[in-house]
Ligand binder design. Structure first.
Ligand SMILES: [Zn+2]
Length: 280
């Protein structure tokens, strides 16, 4: 179950199952609540999209303030559509520069893992027993490389997480209604036996509609996470440009929304300002 909530001026989507855990803060932020101007209006956090630097910094500060993220503890990535996952454990230092990777995981409290997307799939992972979290950026390349399965494996190797203890949450991304791909993209999935489940041919020759969220769900299930532990927002970024940035729908000139997850020291900091969440 997913619902919209407000933190300050920031409107975000949250998973009821993650909120119920009580030991973390998480948000799939929408584009609403920031200061950027069109076509990056308003809560753009993308630094390479052409937005004004001062607006980007203000937006990031709004996010840190709204979700009570300590100074220097919002960890973002230089996402490169790969499958590398960086582990932030208790002993190691926090990264000081943007790391070239597409996944982050940590068992440290007060460290927020951030993903920036505008159609690609943001993924959260939570080991509810060992209290470890992961965040991954999974576009078609990352999905074809298997970054979601790699996250399950990394959590097992580094934190002894068992797949059955994991919850996985798939955030808003471009849906099978809008994500048309060509033959080279489809070919990247040819090694996956269930590719027929998440792709279907268009009327137009050599074109297919791809369901990236479903591809990730199947991959996470294949990695051992029970189906009932995998939750998908089911919202299409291209259909809902009123809520989200969509690179495809905006013809390439789009901002990036942020999805963040953080283990919190004193339990969940949630202070929902809406009179009642609208669950979808
Ligand atoms: Zn759509």
């Amino acid at each position: 179950m997913f619902g919209f909530a407000l933190m300050g001026a920031i409107e975000y989507l949250e998973s009821g199952e993650l909120s119920a855990l009580g030991f973390l803060t998480h948000a799939f932020c929408t584009r609403r609540g920031g200061v950027s101007r069109a076509p990056y209006d308003g809560l753009n956090v993308g630094d390479l999209v052409g937005d004004r630097e001062e607006d980007l910094l203000r937006n990031l500060n709004l996010v840190k303030d709204a979700f009570a993220i300590p100074d220097g503890r919002l960890i973002l990535m230089r996402q490169v559509h790969g499958d590398r996952i960086h582990v932030i454990d208790e002993e190691g230092p926090l990264p000081e520069r943007l790391l070239e990777c597409d996944g982050l995981t940590t068992d440290r409290t007060g460290v927020a893992l951030g993903i920036r997307t505008a159609d690609c799939v943001p993924l959260f992972f939570v080991d509810r027993t060992r209290r470890v979290i992961g965040a991954a950026h999974s576009g078609w390349r990352g999905t074809a490389l298997g970054i979601a399965a790699r996250m399950v494996a990394t959590l097992a190797e580094r934190f002894s997480s068992r797949p059955e203890d994991l919850l996985a949450v798939i955030g808003p991304a471009i849906g099978p209604c809008c994500y048309e791909v060509d033959a080279p993209v489809l070919a990247a999935f040819s090694a996956m036996p269930d590719a027929g489940l998440f792709s279907r041919p268009c009327l137009q020759k050599d074109r297919w509609m791809l369901d990236l969220a479903l591809a990730n769900r199947l991959q996470i299930r294949e990695a051992g996470v029970p189906s009932e532990n995998i939750f998908s927002a089911g919202l299409c970024t291209a259909c809902r440009q009123d809520l989200f940035f969509s690179h495809r729908a905006a013809g390439g000139r789009a901002g990036r929304q942020i999805s963040l997850i953080m283990l919190s020291e004193g339990g969940c900091i949630k202070k929902c300002l809406t009179s009642g969440n609208s669950w979808v």
